[in-house]
Design a binder for this molecule. Structure first.
Ligand code: GDP
Ligand code: MG
Length: 177
C-alpha cells in the first residue's frame, strides 16, 4: 500500500477525477502553490504535483495527479489510475450534471484499482451560492451511501481546499499504520 521512495517515509499517489471544468486543476493549484486561474483552459503538460507533509514525525509525500483534459473525451487511461491509493472525485455544485456523473467516475475508479482507494467526494465552487444546483445534504447523502468522505470546497476563495487533500492523506496514513 503506497510506494517506497528515497527521501521520505511514504509516497502516496492520489488522483483527481470528475467532469471537465469542475475545478480539479484549480484545486490542485490552490493546494500545492496557493494559486488560482480565473479562466483556465484544460491543463497541458503537468502530470502531477508533489506535496510533502509530516504526520507523527514521518515525512509523507503526496503525489497528486491531474488529468490533462482527457476526461472531456472519457479517455482517462489506466496508467492514470495505476497505483493510486487515494482519490478526490470532484463535482461542481452549480452544475447538476457533474453531480449526476459522479457514479460513473466511481465505477471507473473501482474498475481500475484492485485495492480500496481512499476517496473523498468534493463539491467544488461553494462560493457560487446564487447558482447552486446541488444541496449540501444531497452531497452528504451520496457520500454516505457510497461510503466516501465528503467536503465542499472553493478553489476560488480557498475554503476547505487543504482540508480536502489532508483528509485523504491522513486516512491513507492511518490505514497503513
Ligand atoms: P478542471 O477541468 O476540472 O481541471 O477545471 P479547472 O480547474 O480548469 O476550472 C474550470 C473553470 O472553473 C475555470 O474557469 C476556473 O477558474 C473555474 N473554477 C475552478 N474552481 C472554482 C471555484 O472554486 N469557484 C469558482 N467560482 N470557479 C472555479
Ligand atoms: Mg484540468
Amino acid at each position: 500500500y503506497g510506494e517506497e521512495d528515497h527521501g521520505q517515509d511514504y509516497l502516496f499517489k492520489i488522483v483527481l477525477l470528475g467532469d471537465s471544468a469542475v475545478g480539479k486543476s484549480n484545486l490542485l493549484a490552490r493546494f500545492a502553490r496557493d494559486e488560482f486561474f480565473p479562466n483556465s483552459k484544460s491543463t497541458i503538460g503537468v502530470e502531477f504535483q508533489s506535496h510533502k507533509m509530516i504526520i507523527d514525525g514521518k515525512e509523507i509525500k503526496a503525489q497528486i495527479w491531474d488529468t490533462a483534459g482527457q476526461e472531456r473525451f472519457r479517455a482517462v487511461t489506466s496508467a492514470y489510475y495505476r497505483g493510486a491509493v487515494g482519490a478526490l472525485v470532484v463535482y461542481d455544485i452549480s452544475r447538476r450534471r457533474t453531480f449526476e456523473n459522479v457514479g460513473r467516475w466511481l465505477n471507473e475508479l473501482n474498475s481500475h484499482s484492485d485495492m480500496n482507494v481512499v476517496t473523498i467526494l468534493v463539491g467544488n465552487k461553494s462560493d457560487l451560492k446564487d447558482s447552486r444546483q446541488v444541496s449540501t445534504e444531497e452531497g452528504k447523502a451520496l457520500a454516505e451511501t457510497q461510503k466516501l468522505f465528503f467536503i465542499e470546497t472553493s478553489a476560488l476563495d480557498s475554503s476547505n481546499v487543504t482540508a480536502a487533500f489532508k483528509t485523504v492523506i491522513k486516512e491513507i496514513y492511518d490505514i497503513l499504520r
